[in-house]
Design a protein around this ligand. Sequence first.
Ligand SMILES: [Zn+2]
Length: 175
Amino acid sequence: MGRFDKYNIDLKGLKAEPLNLEFILDDAFFGDIEGEEFRRGKVKAVVTAKKNRDVFDIAFSLSGIVIVPCNRCLDDLELEIETTNSLRVRLGDDFADDGDIVVVPEHDGDINIAWYLYEFIALAMPMRRVHAPGKCNKAMTGKLRKHLLGEYDDEQPEMDPRWEVLKNIQIEEDN
Ligand SMILES: [Zn+2]
């Protein structure tokens, strides 16, 4: 049995009754699928496949979290995922996916939804991938700024000794 076999939907075998499936997608799944956007997380997927004449409608409901590196401090950041998607599929000669409808070869008669599950989650990820204010790993942020961006820490730079002298003069004049 292949790693993604359980994500196979036998379209030809679909009866009048909708097919309901439920998966928990975890680190092992996301690791195996080797996507670019993220490799870890825990997402519950509820999938319903229905046959409407010659077209199969597959509905996806996905909720959970994925873990990505924070863009600011590189520590783990949990992103909440909550999304619904659908896929229209029909049987045909050769595999095709033009965005509106997926064609799967008639002689196979099934579709593997593993990659779609990953892709729908990736599409639902928020663009902003940083910790809430003050929640970043401070040690890491400081180091990254210095080494990668050449910026200084948040602390005030020490006063230039020449200005220190001027300040004293000012005080003396006031007296
Ligand atoms: Zn952070």
